[in-house]
Design a protein around this ligand. Structure first.
Ligand code: PEP
Ligand code: MN
Length: 342
């Protein structure tokens, strides 16, 4: 339920309303507006009958039910966009954010080299997998903590924030110690125990859409993280399974404007895992920018032919530099154009 406070409501009245809502078993989410303060009351239905009486408290103008099944993720609760900070980078702000790096962290040299390549190209955040979700148990599973250390060092040396995936609830504390952003991969999008656990973390979470999750299910997964106390969730479209086999997955670019309509959370696109081939990364990145994504996540490797995972979809350094040049040009063009038409 959304509680709209009167224009002249005092801080004390707002505080009283919050206390009262919490006393009947709901969590509150405060959105102090310029004109009016809005309080979101979120919880299961057990206190519903009690909650109705909030209308009689002083300072309350009206109550509106939240119609969407996801509450905290919804624009009904928060109209403005959420901007998430990682180091000195803002995701969801005016800049189109590029997260880049290898699929897997393979060695000290490979990680450091990758980090300097993505920095040189003008990326904002470095990626690298230390815990790898692989289809085959015989495939490389990741360097685990050793890899986290290498990624951390690469982040510190370049002065860039880092992101890496966590697969298990038991590893969340460890991964959080090293990384600036926690990634929940496509295969774990409905691992509810893991979502609740990263919801307790103090670092932002990038949540990838699963291969078979609907947009609403993705938002419900985000809701698990938000309702566990972590406000900093970034959504990521990374391709879904369809009948098409020409690409690894089918990039659902329409998810971007749909999500932008439904949620205040930032939305990024991963063209690498969607397409599965390096040659489609540039056009799909342009598409992501044009449809209103807040950024992209791209796999880059110093020598893709030697990569232990996802070599085919990884960009060589030169190709990455070319992509960045084109994307920054297009970004400028779109932003200038938008200013002109605004
Ligand atoms: C990844 O980003 O390393 C990854 C495994 O991606 P996804 O979860 O989208 O398959
Ligand atoms: Mn990969």
């Amino acid at each position: 339920m959304i509680i709209v406070m009167k224009k002249n409501a005092t801080e004390e009245q707002t505080e009283n309303v919050i206390k009262w809502i919490e006393s009947v078993g709901y969590k509150t989410h405060l959105s102090p507006g310029v004109e009016q303060t809005i309080i979101g009351a979120v919880g299961d239905n057990r206190g519903k009958e009690h909650l109705k009486f909030v209308e009689s408290l002083s300072g309350v103008e009206k109550t509106i039910p939240i119609l969407k099944p996801y509450k905290l993720a919804s624009r009904e609760v928060k109209e403005g966009n959420t901007v998430i900070r990682a180091g000195n980078i803002e995701i969801g702000g005016p800049e189109f954010i590029v997260i880049a790096g290898p699929c897997s962290i393979e060695s000290a040299e490979q990680m450091m080299e990758s980090a300097f390549i993505v920095k040189k190209g003008g990326a904002n955040i470095i990626r690298g997998g230390a815990f790898k979700p692989r289809t085959s148990p015989y495939s490389f599973q990741g360097m685990e903590e050793e890899g986290l250390k290498l990624l951390r060092r690469a982040g510190d040396k370049t002065g860039m924030p880092i992101i890496t995936e966590v697969l298990n609830t038991s590893d969340v504390d460890l991964v959080e110690e090293y990384t600036d952003i926690l990634q929940i991969g496509a295969r774990n999008v409905q691992n509810f125990a893991l979502l609740k656990k990263v919801g307790k973390a103090k670092k932002p979470v990038l949540l990838k859409r699963g291969m078979m999750t609907t947009i609403e299910e993705l938002l419900m997964s985000a809701e698990y993280i938000l309702s566990s106390g972590n406000d900093d969730v970034i959504l990521c479209e990374r391709g879904i399974r369809t009948f098409e086999t020409a690409t690894r997955n089918t990039l659902d670019l329409s998810a971007v404007p749909v999500l932008n309509e439904l949620t205040h959370l930032p939305v990024i696109v991963d063209p690498s895992h969607a397409a599965g081939h390096w040659k489609y990364i540039l056009p799909l990145t342009k598409g992501a920018l044009a449809v209103g994504a807040d950024g992209v996540m791209i796999e880059v490797h110093p020598e893709p032919e030697k990569a232990v995972s996802d070599g085919m979809q990884s960009l060589k350094p030169e190709r990455f530099y070319d992509l960045m040049e084109e994307i920054r040009k297009l970004e400028k063009l779109i932003r200038t154009e938008m200013k002109v038409t605004a």
